[in-house]
Design a protein around this ligand. Structure first.
Ligand code: GCO
Length: 407
């Protein structure tokens, strides 16, 4: 595929809580351990990436990639409100330095779904004070790490809380979520326990957009990094009778956030599938349509559509910061990714400013409420020994990345 420009980023992505292990100062660690909780598995050791990151960076380098997107963990950096851990910041400085040492471009996400427990105990993103708390954390982090960061993502998928709320995407009844929040509040003495994934997305959204804006300015003030936010962008398609609802869903869940990204250095496009909207809301994939482990429709063409939507509405540079598939059959991962990349090349051919493709994920990892069932990794991980085994898709995509960088 010679259609990619020089300097195009070819990478893989992870998130701290999903791969590091033992993030026990975080909000989700508590929720994971409640009786009759929301999570299929606790995250536990995850992929022990906190200790194995040198090996994993060498793995993606050896496969042929030139970029690694990962998150730093707020709960490790600020385990108590206002107390910042020098040791945690030094750990992430070593991790970012390791990327440079291996000639891998680090792309650092400052918030990827998890937050410190103390933050959740104050109502999390539903609390207007979340904006200043997040900006304060970003300032401490960027002062310690900013000279080593070329790309920074402020908040991963700031539109997810609204999507989860409007589309009830947790798949859990509201009363079950509320009971878990009450139990968590009782155990911690918190006022109104709430997390990014399980809280009131309507209340959180204005604070998340404000937090992105404020943290963008804080980060830009301390580094020359290119800064943006990443967004979960489904391709919303109207089924007959669903035109009005579809327009509303797209406007609330996609457009308002893409417009909030205007003026940023880039926006991260994160697309997995399409969602068809009927007269009463989201429709399941059509009967007989191939589905992934997440019950998404197998529909890689959604990426081209959301890149074009993001170009129109965000009016800034684009990076595919997540795209991939939870599947057991790795050949379907190759088929999916090949079609997704063809959509990217069509966008490039039409002059869209796409600067990179970062695949979700490097490793099979902790898929939030679904636990360790879904496997998105290019590399399999033995849950007991932590042994890494690259799948055929890892060599296939790495070879494309290597070839694209050689012309
Ligand atoms: C997301 C998150 C990732 C997920 C991935 C697969 O987009 O939900 O950024 O943490 O694991 O998308 O669902």
């Amino acid at each position: 595929m010679a259609e990619f420009p020089r300097g195009f980023l070819w990478g893989t992505a992870t998130a701290a809580h999903q791969v590091e292990g033992n993030n026990y100062s975080s909000d989700l660690w508590l929720l994971e351990h409640l009786p009759q909780g929301l999570f299929a598995d606790p995250s536990a050791d995850a992929c022990d990436h906190y200790h194995r990151y040198k090996y994993d960076i060498a793995l993606l380098k050896g496969l042929g990639f030139n970029c690694y997107r990962f998150s730093i963990e707020w709960a490790r950096i600020e385990p108590e409100s206002g107390r910042f851990s020098r040791a945690a910041l030094d750990h992430y400085r070593r991790m970012i330095a390791e990327c440079h040492a291996q000639a891998i471009m680090p792309m650092v996400t400052f918030h990827h779904f998890t937050a410190p427990l103390w933050f959740a105990m104050e109502g999390g993103w539903e609390n207007i004070r979340s904006v200043d708390w997040f900006a304060r954390y970003c300032e401490q982090a960027i002062k310690a790490l900013g000279d080593l960061i070329p790309f920074a993502c402020t908040i991963n998928e700031a539109n997810i809380p609204l999507m989860m709320t409007l589309m009830r995407a947790t798949g859990k009844p509201n009363d079950v979520i509320a009971r878990n929040h009450q139990l968590a509040a009782q155990r911690t003495g918190g006022q109104r326990f709430s997390t990014f994934l399980t809280g009131d997305g309507q209340a959180a959204t204005p604070h998340l957009i404000a937090a992105h804006r404020k943290s963008y300015d804080v980060i830009k003030a301390h580094t020359i990094a290119k800064v943006g936010m990443t967004l979960a962008l489904n391709e919303f398609q109207a089924a007959p009778g669903g035109e009005t609802l579809c327009a509303m869903a797209r406007s609330q869940i996609n457009t308002q956030f893409l417009e909030a990204a205007r003026g940023d250095d880039f926006v991260g496009v994160q697309t997995y599938t399409r969602v068809q909207i009927g007269e009463s809301g989201p429709l399941p994939p059509e009967h007989g349509a191939e589905r992934t482990q997440m019950d998404y429709e197998f529909y890689p063409e959604a990426l081209e559509a959301t890149l074009r939507e993001a170009a129109r509405d965000a009016q800034t540079r684009l990076i595919v910061t997540e795209n991939g598939i939870g599947c057991a059959d790795d050949q379907r991962r190759i088929a999916y990714t090949e079609r997704a990349l063809k959509g990217v090349t069509r966008c490039l051919a039409d002059g869209l400013p796409v600067d990179g493709y970062i695949h979700w994920s490097l490793l099979d990892n902790f898929e939030w409420l679904e636990g360790y069932g879904p496997t998105f990794g290019l590399v399999a991980v033995d849950r007991v020994t932590q042994a890494r085994t690259p799948k055929p898709s890892a060599y296939w995509l790495g070879a494309i990345a290597r070839a694209a960088q050689s012309h």
